[in-house]
Design a protein around this ligand. Structure first.
Ligand code: FES
Length: 110
């Protein structure tokens, strides 16, 4: 199995590597000790876990029904995905935390 790589640009370009493309992106983030919002408990109901994607969108799993619904309501923009829904199937993904989903106790680098 190939290695997958997630880079969070506005958390000092923190890189997370994994060999498990079956994990949801938010699990990779949390397993690596990084706080990431998930107000609905990772059920695809809130959009607070959304990632703003800078590169590698094509490496993600297809949009879930919930993501499609949020896109239709413009609660998710074309370059946004829910970290609790999407899996990184291959290659590299570069994301940043959206302004409205930043935690006050973390230092962001943008
Ligand atoms: S945690 Fe609520 S949509 Fe992902």
């Amino acid at each position: 199995m190939g290695k997958i790589q997630l880079c969070i640009q506005n958390l000092a370009n923190r890189v997370i590597e994994s060999e498990d493309p079956a994990r949801k992106v938010i699990e990779l983030i949390h397993e690596n000790g990084i706080d990431w919002m998930h107000a609905c408990g990772k059920k695809g109901r809130c959009t607070t876990c959304k990632m703003s994607i800078l590169a590698g969108q094509e490496n993600l799993s297809p949009e879930s029904e919930r993501e499609k619904a949020f896109k239709a309501q413009q609660r998710l923009l074309p370059h946004e995905r829910l970290a609790c829904q999407a899996q990184l199937l291959q290659g590299t993904l570069v994301v940043c935390v959206a302004e409205q989903n930043k935690f006050p106790h973390l230092s962001y680098t943008d």
